[in-house]
Design a protein around this ligand. Sequence first.
Ligand SMILES: [Zn+2]
Length: 426
Amino acid sequence: MSHRSARRTLLCVALLPLLMAAACGGTPPAEPEPAATDAIAYEGARIIVGDGTVLDSGTLLVEEDRLLAVGPSNTVTVPDGAERVDLSGRTVMPAIIDTHVHLREDEREPLIEDLQRKAYYGVGAVLSLGRGVSNVAFDLQSNPVGGAADYHTVGRGITAPEPGRTEVPSWITTEEEARAAVRELGTQDVEMVKIWVDDRGDQFDKLTPELYGAVIDEAHIQGLKVTAHVYSLEDAKGLLEAGIDAFAHGIRDMDVDEDVLAMFEDRPHVVLVPNLPGAGVATDLGWISGTIPADQLDEMQARSVDQPDAQEAFGIQARNLTRLNEAGVTIAFGTDGGAGWSPHAEMEDMVRAGMSPAEVLVAATANSANLLGLDDQGTLQPGKRADFVVLEANPLDDITNTRSIVDVYLRGEALDRAALSAAWVN
Ligand SMILES: [Zn+2]
């Protein structure tokens, strides 16, 4: 018996039960049932991928919590038996990543509610910057709950003593304390290290270059990135010199100069989260209604008036953001806040400052996922998490269209937004 016929014999034996009916006469086998699939095809939407590309009419093929395929609708093969959801006329974008939040982080229920509020507005993950230190916080980071944004924390932030402000962060005054604070973080499950470098309007002695230099050096030894709350141009330069990885705010005291632009250019890995202040212009907040009690909204609306001082402060940061963005600095996204809706106000402010809607959407998705090392979030690409937002209107035309949310999917599951908002206003 030749080698080949031996193999064929084996194959026949293996397939015998299946082939028997056909090969041995008798009744021919029925057409095989299509393989059961729980894939769902979301078809016909404009797809903002998150990396800067846009598909005019695309299909997202989702299985459980993952994207199986993403592409122009005529290129994606939808398996037989898959559920099909028609999204023509809609726009789909990746869930937003907010890299700078402060939430109610000491108790589980309030923290989960804050994360649900973020999710309601299309946020898939947040990073808490410096006060998320409770067991509840670390537990939620390790064990995310469904229907809420993923929670990440930097643990205890590090600052110079700021009597009268929060005492949660580590207060350091020596290089030894700086290194010890970072080494403690190195033993915990933290995403990066947060430092504050700010005299808070001359109230405190801020971290010196020696101290933040020690923090950054020790963090890099521990394999952790460092992000800085910064205020002044001078401190930004010192931090860049010391090897900072990211800024959690823009430069706020004056316009950037050529020196700092050159320093950023020499350090292309440094990420800027602009975290703009309020623009100081009266805005209609009607779009928030339905998620906070009406009297609270009325108060917020009454406070939303034109404020020349705020406009001037916004102007400095807006010009700085524009210049750094045009210089090619990587811009990511953060709100410094706890409100669910705040990412949409921040995106509008970034456009008001001079970025294009397309650039802002990349900042709020892919660039922010990269900053946090979230490899499977931030873009709509095969293999990534099925975290996406379905919009009624196109935010590339008008960034405030990110508010026209029809549905939010996290890990492939649609949020019950109506049930959430009903609970919040009652
Ligand atoms: Zn902050």
